[in-house]
Design a protein around this ligand. Sequence first.
Ligand SMILES: Cc1ncc(COP(=O)(O)O)c(C=O)c1O
Length: 395
Amino acid sequence: MPKSTKQGVATYMSANEIRFSAPDIGRAEVEAAERALLSGWITTGEECKSLEAELAEYLGVEHVIAMSSCTAALEIAAAHLGLPEGSRIGVPTWTFVSTAIAPFHRGLRPVPLDIESDTFNLSPTALAAALEDGGLDAVIGVHFSGTPLSTQIHQLCADAGVPLIEDAAHALGAQDERGMIGGKGTAGCCFSFYATKNLTSAEGGALATDDPELAAFAQSFRLHGLSRDAWARYTPGAKTEGYDILGDGLKANLPDVLAAIARAQLVRFSDLQARRRELALQYREQLGSIEGLQIVPKELPEGGADHLMVVLLPDGEDRSLVQKQLSAESIGSSVHFRPLHTFNWFADNGLTSGPGGTPVADTYADRALSLPFHTMLSSSDVERVCSVLSRALTT
Ligand SMILES: Cc1ncc(COP(=O)(O)O)c(C=O)c1O
């Protein structure tokens, strides 16, 4: 049974259900997808080019190259570093597996590093220790939950002459002291348009950069390393001389049907973000009265993209029991993230954490819980989540 018919489009949640995540798809997205589907060109073409131009303008960056995912964007940024096989790339241990597996696919060895206890972003102290004596050849920083990386991370990488790739899967619309997060001065900024993200096209991603050389590399690498895409080869009036292979590549282009959906979301993006901010403020006010509960980060960051609502349960609470109690009341929840170094895959591949280990991540690994957070939530949904959580913690 549809819960609401926002902008004429139903969302199929039962009246009582509060999903952990739900896409905010309205009539504009449906019409955009239909426009692309009926245009006679459904894979990468004009819609994709328009999305790239519109995103570049929004971010204030020279180049945006749309991709099939953030994972692909990360892999392409890692490939562009041109580092020898076995080079070491520092990553925060508190992230999704893509952050580590994408560079691993390009022959790099991810080194999980500890996080700051406030933002859960990469810790400057852990990074400084790992960089000492040339311990890292590159770094990927994650703007966790849309909280911008500390400028200290940029400085440490610059001082060490080590390239920094930004994993901005949670951070479209986030701003730091340098302006909009979008690859300024870094080795590429990678966004995700996955179904749970603050701008979604179901699946998708993008790489943003001011570097024309990285942009040209990414443009070709996302499509098998070809010199010209299908749109440039098959459309009427296109030159007929064919194409060359410039190098290695992936099949990671974004089809026009999805690009059209992303464009419709971008038009609504400031409204969507404003609603996220309202919900974040409401959550913070209502969770504030729950004894022993902390929110990540402790203070709402002014330039944050408000991607998740992560709380740290009081020490000793059984997280899976709390999740079961929420679930019994039809409330979804999730965990962001299980630290990378705890997965067997790392040990199986002989990958070990940086110097000093990961004490902060280890302290919070069993305490972090992500509450429902998306723009389909009503204020009364947030009230119900907070009151059920409060009850779960006192029983
Ligand atoms: C921090 C982080 N990086 C990368 C990704 C991968 O994004 P995608 O699904 O677009 O490849 C995610 C996805 O959830 C993520 O949370």
